[in-house]
Design a protein around this ligand. Structure first.
Ligand SMILES: Cc1cc2nc3c(=O)[nH]c(=O)nc-3n(C[C@H](O)[C@H](O)[C@H](O)COP(=O)(O)OP(=O)(O)OC[C@H]3O[C@@H](n4cnc5c(N)ncnc54)[C@H](O)[C@@H]3O)c2cc1C
Length: 339
């Protein structure tokens, strides 16, 4: 096993183990990965699946959408591979509570291996601590680069993964509108500097605490994908959450939006939407797998079942002291409740 591969594995393991030990040794699963992982310079990565292997579902992202899909996917039908720069899911609605000490950080983060145990148990299912950098839709292949943040001794390493089905669940990112320094605004703010913001008429506005609330937009990865986009620049999907211009590719969560041709509005960037889409798509893929359509290019003629329909279940906003405002969508009344 060459040193770079050992380093790559150590990097993932180190992060997975929250850097518990500085002397981590490769586990048995690493040798399994070594057997399946081609390392020749032309094709470093996971090759296309063979007839005697399960079809491979590759999931990009470990957020609300990707994790819900991973949780429900039938690992008797598919091998799963998750690629994400984050080895855990974050329960975002509770993040604010961790900042004020109401909750511990570990209460709002769940490791991927616990959400989908097959990732650590099954011989051909993996988690890669990496970013997907591009997708070769024609050859059913993604290109990835390892995450090396915080690890000084390692250079990023590039590899490819072939997929039978690809699920893009890479989320969104805060809108910056091209302003350097912070990730921020359009309109009157021209620049954000330490201790002041500069307006377009060159007025300086000093600040002690700056709260940035500009919404989210497509990430540079989503922008780089050469597929038709929904209004707002998200990956365009049809009613079955497919990316219709290419085969075997689906997109869910904040990174996706219905194409204008569907006549449906782009859904809001909410955990509720992402989670529901992940659940729906896992069921759809499981049905395709059972009908023999799991492999690449095998589901063209199959019935995809009922389209995805989003039903908003309501919202809750906490207002402190364990009280919240709840909108249950049953009437126009908003309730105040204890939680
Ligand atoms: C602080 C905060 C509070 C929120 N509160 C609420 C709330 O109360 N209610 C609500 O409904 N919604 C809330 N949201 C919004 C909600 O979290 C999002 O709508 C939801 O996370 C979207 O899920 P997702 O899976 O599409 O994206 P995300 O959860 O953002 O997950 C995207 C995943 O993709 C990974 N990724 C990114 N780029 C790549 C790449 N190139 N290759 C591979 N992986 C990649 C990321 O690391 C991440 O794991 C909140 C968001 C934040 C930030």
């Amino acid at each position: 096993m060459p040193p770079w591969f050992r380093n790559f594995i150590q990097l993932s393991s180190t992060s997975l183990a929250q850097q518990r030990s500085p002397h981590l040794k490769p586990s048995p699963s690493i040798y399994q990965l070594w057997n399946h992982f081609s390392t020749d310079s032309k094709y470093a990565g996971l090759r296309p699946t063979k007839g005697d292997e399960k079809p491979r579902v590759v999931v990009l992202g470990s957020g609300w959408a990707g994790c819900r899909l991973l949780k429900d996917i039938d690992t008797k039908l598919y091998d799963v591979v998750c690629v994400s720069p984050r080895n855990h899911m974050v329960f975002t609605p509770l993040l604010a509570s961790t900042c004020v000490g109401t909750l511990e950080f570990r209460s709002v983060a769940e490791p991927i291996g616990r959400i989908q145990p097959a990732i650590s148990r099954e011989p051909n299912s993996y988690f890669f601590l990496a970013n997907c950098t591009s997708v070769d839709f024609h050859n059913h292949q993604i290109h990835c680069e390892t995450v090396t943040e915080g690890v000084d001794t390692l250079d990023p390493w590039n590899f490819k993964i072939s997929y039978d089905k690809l699920v893009i669940a890479a989320g969104a990112q805060a809108s910056t509108f091209g302003i350097k320094g912070v990730h921020l605004v359009r309109g009157i703010v021209k620049d954000v500097q330490p201790k002041k913001i500069v307006l377009s008429d060159d007025t300086d506005i000093p600040y002690g605490l700056l709260v940035w609330s500009t919404g989210v937009g497509p990430s540079s990865f989503v922008n780089s994908l050469e597929v038709p986009k929904a209004p707002g620049g998200r990956v365009g999907i049809d009613e079955w959450l497919r990316v219709p211009s290419v085969q075997d590719v689906f997109a869910i969560g904040d990174c996706s939006g219905f194409l204008e041709s569907t006549g449906k509005p782009v859904l809001p960037a909410l955990a509720q939407v992402a989670e529901r889409q992940g659940k729906y798509l896992a069921k759809l893929l499981n049905n395709l797998g059972k009908a023999g359509g799991g492999r690449a290019d095998a589901s063209k003629e199959l019935d995809f079942g009922n389209p995805f329909v989003y039903k908003h279940m309501g919202s809750m906003a906490t207002i402190g002291r364990y009280k919240a405002l709840v909108d249950l969508r049953k009437s126009k009344v908003i309730y105040i409740c204890d939680y």
